[in-house]
Each structure stands twice: as structure tokens, then as C-alpha cells.
Design a protein around this ligand. Structure first.
Ligand SMILES: Cc1cc2nc3c(=O)[nH]c(=O)nc-3n(C[C@H](O)[C@H](O)[C@H](O)COP(=O)(O)OP(=O)(O)OC[C@H]3O[C@@H](n4cnc5c(N)ncnc54)[C@H](O)[C@@H]3O)c2cc1C
Length: 401
């Protein structure tokens, strides 16, 4: 009898944990499992603000897929997904095409631009190893070039971070650590450099505990960051941003972190989506598609207590992957009962650079170094789930204090 074909698209948190759970279960011998990803490595998206600022080498955030996935049990294909054809149970890749009996879509996210002119053309995004390497190099070039030019370009050393949500604040935190190092290295007075965080909402870190938000802003302002809150950006230009009140900030470096939408491939392939994310059934399947599971940032689930979507996080992607793997096992075994996904939100911790962070874990608020240690423990825990102690020792954040 032919084995069922399971195809997993994307080796992010959702895809990797699904694959790793399946490889440890009987499904690995009862089904043909294939994982497709556009790179031959998996990277930790939640760490990317660090290599973007240059406070961590990007190699620390990535690992070869075949170093954590057993390719004798799971077939890995390095290729780019172009289109999903759910009616034909086929997926078109750049170089080939694949058929499936069961599909798992874990293709992650793209930046939400809200249609603001110029974002696509002139802003940088903290999205992948390649994109953050570009940001780091670009920032360094601004410093390296500054002393050379006779007429100092106005925006050369002004760094604008659009969005003071989690990603934006974490990146600003890393930049406040990195800027003094770059000033030292390139012999530039610190007061020549501006770091401006621009947020459209009435507060930084919208939705987060007010006391922690105030703590975070005080820490970052004391290190020289400026916050423009309640100030939408109207346009992004080659040489800066135009704000809602028509003031202009000249800048060669605009990093866009105002939120995400699901990978457009999903919507373009005919799945009904809201901001690119599919409102999945309780068992993580796409409505009307009993053979398609969606995991991570491409999936949307509603928090029934607030009647609002859960924010897209790695924490949820990982938990969803456990449910998806269990449900695939049931389907392969011919069982009809599906597990329902129930998020178990353990808390949220945001780093502020160096030894500072803020967070809520359970009902406890954490500040400063204790939050920073917690953040590193969370980062290491994921590595442990994926590759056990050897991976923690190889890639983990072992300098805790
Ligand atoms: C700087 C930053 C900090 C964050 N911090 C936190 C945090 O502290 N805690 C938290 O819980 N969440 C955090 N998040 C959010 C978290 O990273 C995402 O929710 C999570 O990465 C979603 O996982 P995913 O598996 O859906 O997608 P991803 O992890 O983005 O993985 C998608 C994968 O699909 C691949 N891919 C994409 N398109 C294609 C294609 N066409 N063909 C083949 N492969 C493709 C990508 O290369 C990638 O490997 C943070 C995000 C950022 C940017």
C-alpha cells in the first residue's frame, strides 16, 4: 500500500516543530514526509533584532536543517514555494512541483505596510538572515562613510525605527547598545547620532502593562533613544520619513516594524484570509480543506476572552505545531478524532538590549536583569525542544548574567 504523503512548507518555528514531532513518532515510518524551505538552514526569527543591530553574529541565530532534522526520516528539499493548488493537492516550487495527501503551511509572515507609500522601496525589514545582514552592513556603512564626506549628509546618522511594538522596541534596545560601540570604532561623537522610534498608536508597546512600558521607555531614553508616540508616518522617502504633522525626518536608514501579515502565497492560492492569515478551525485545519493544516503566523485564531486575534508569536506557533503533529498522526492511523488547539500563554518578555528586559510571566511582572535572564531561558528552551542539550550548548545564550 502507498504511504500517505505529508508535505510541510516552511522551516520556521511551526514547520520545524511539526517536522521534529513527526520524526519522533510512528508517522515517520507510516508516511512519506517532506519539508520544503527556501534556505538549507532554520533561523530563529525572535533573535533577528540582534544581528540586525550587530550585537550578535547572524550565524548564532541559524542552524543547518539537516543538523536537527533526521533526513533519513524526513525528506528535505531546499526550494521556494510559488503556489499552492489545494484542489489538485499540488504545490508548485520554483524548480519542481510536489503532490501531497496532507499539507502543513508554515510560510510565516511579511511586513505590514498599511499601503503607506515608499515602505516597499525605501524601508528595511527585520525578516530573515539575509535582510538583517543587509541592515547591519548598511548601518556600519553609514558610520564608515560619515567621516569621509566633507559635507555631512543630514540623515546619515539618523536611524528611524517605524513602530514601537515588540520588534521595534527590541531593535531600538539593541541599537542603543551598538551605537556607542560604532561611535568609538569610527571616531564619531555620540551626539551626532539620532535614534528615533516613531509609533502611530497613543503608546509604545500597545496592549502591554503600563508600568513596564514606562520602565522600558525610561531605560531606552536614558541611553539616547527618542520616542515620537501617537505620530503616524505618512510617507517613506529615499532620504527620510514624512510624518502626519508634515514634519520630515531626514534619514538614510528606516527600519519598518509596524506589524505583520501572513505570507501572501496563502491568500494568492485561494485560501480565504484576513491580513493574509487564515482563520483556522479548532484542529488547525483550513476551513473547507480537510487535508490542509496551517501553522504559525499564516494562521489566525481568536482569543475567546477578548474576541480579538491572538498576536502572532513563536510561542503560539510552537504550541500549534504540537497539535498539528498529533492530528496528522491520527489521520495517518485512520482515526477521525482531532485534537483542538488550546493556547497556553506563559507570558511575554521583551529585551531592551544588554542586561535589560521587561516581561510578564504568569501573573508576575519582571524588570531589568531578572527579565533579561528569563528571556535567555525562553530562547534556550526553544533550542532544547528542537535539538536537546547539544543544540543549547552549540547555539544557546549561555552567558546569563
Ligand atoms: C525581531 C522579532 C522578535 C520577536 N520576538 C518574539 C518573542 O520574543 N516571542 C515570540 O513568541 N515571538 C516573537 N516574534 C514573532 C515570531 O518570530 C513569529 O511569530 C514566528 O517566527 C512565526 O513562526 P512561523 O513558523 O509562522 O514563521 P517563521 O518562523 O517566519 O518561518 C517561516 C519559514 O518559511 C520560510 N519561507 C517563507 N517563504 C517561503 C517560500 N516561498 N518558500 C519556502 N520557504 C519559505 C522562511 O524562510 C522561514 O524559514 C518576534 C519576531 C521578530 C521579527
Amino acid at each position: 500500500m502507498n504511504k500517505p504523503k505529508i508535505l510541510i512548507l516552511g522551516a520556521g518555528y511551526g514547520g520545524m516543530i511539526t517536522a521534529s514531532r513527526l520524526q519522533k513518532s510512528t508517522v515517520a515510518k507510516d508516511a512519506d514526509i517532506t519539508l520544503v524551505n527556501k534556505h538549507n538552514y532554520h533561523y530563529q526569527t525572535t533573535w533577528l533584532h540582534e544581528p540586525a543591530a550587530g550585537t550578535l553574529h547572524h550565524d548564532q541565530t541559524r542552524m543547518k536543517i539537516d543538523s536537527v532534522i533526521d533526513t533519513s526520516k524526513i525528506n528535505f528539499i531546499k526550494d521556494t514555494v510559488v503556489e499552492i493548488k489545494p484542489e489538485e493537492k499540488r504545490v508548485l516550487l520554483k524548480d519542481t512541483e510536489l503532490e501531497y495527501d496532507y499539507l502543513v503551511i508554515g510560510l510565516g509572515w511579511v511586513s505590514e505596510t498599511f499601503g503607506i507609500p515608499g515602505v516597499e522601496d525605501h524601508a528595511y525589514s527585520i525578516r530573515s538572515v539575509n535582510s538583517v545582514r543587509l541592515i547591519r552592513e548598511h548601518i556600519e556603512y553609514q558610520f564608515a562613510n560619515y567621516n569621509r564626506s566633507e559635507e555631512k549628509e543630514e540623515g546619515a546618522l539618523t536611524f528611524v525605527v517605524a513602530g514601537a511594538g515588540f520588534t521595534g522596541v527590541e531593535f531600538v534596545g539593541e541599537m542603543t547598545e551598538r551605537i556607542p560601540e560604532l561611535c568609538e570604532e569610527y571616531d564619531i561623537p555620540r551626539d551626532k547620532v539620532r535614534l528615533v522610534s516613531v509609533e502611530a498608536a497613543p503608546t509604545a508597546l500597545p496592549g502591554f502593562d503600563e508600568e513596564l512600558v514606562e520602565y522600558a521607555m525610561n531605560v531606552l531614553e536614558s541611553r539616547g533613544a527618542e520616542f515620537l508616540i501617537n505620530m503616524p508616518i505618512k510617507e517613506v522617502r529615499e532620504d527620510g520619513v514624512l510624518l502626519n504633522d508634515d514634519t520630515e525626518i531626514k534619514s538614510n536608514t528606516i527600519v519598518w516594524t509596524t506589524g505583520i501579515r501572513g505570507n501572501p502565497i496563502v491568500e494568492d492560492s485561494g485560501f480565504e484570509a484576513m491580513r493574509g492569515r487564515v482563520k483556522v478551525e479548532k484542529d488547525m485545519r483550513a476551513p473547507g480543506h480537510d487535508d490542509v493544516f496551517i501553522v504559525g503566523d499564516c494562521a489566525l485564531i481568536i482569543n475567546e476572552e477578548t474576541n480579538r486575534p491572538y498576536p502572532p508569536t513563536a510561542q503560539i506557533a510552537i504550541q500549534q505545531a504540537y497539535t498539528v503533529a498529533n492530528n496528522l498522526k491520527s489521520l495517518v492511523e485512520g482515526k477521525a478524532d482531532m485534537e483542538e488547539f488550546k493556547p497556553d500563554i506563559k507570558g511575554t518578555v521583551a529585551s531592551l538590549g544588554g542586561k535589560e528586559a521587561i516581561g510578564v510571566v504568569g501573573s508576575r511582572k519582571l524588570f531589568g536583569n531578572s527579565a533579561s535572564v528569563m528571556k535567555k531561558m525562553i530562547d534556550n528552551r526553544y533550542l532544547y525542544l528542537l535539538g536537546g542539550m547539544p543544540l543549547v550548548l552549540k547555539k544557546g545564550k549561555l552567558k546569563m548574567f
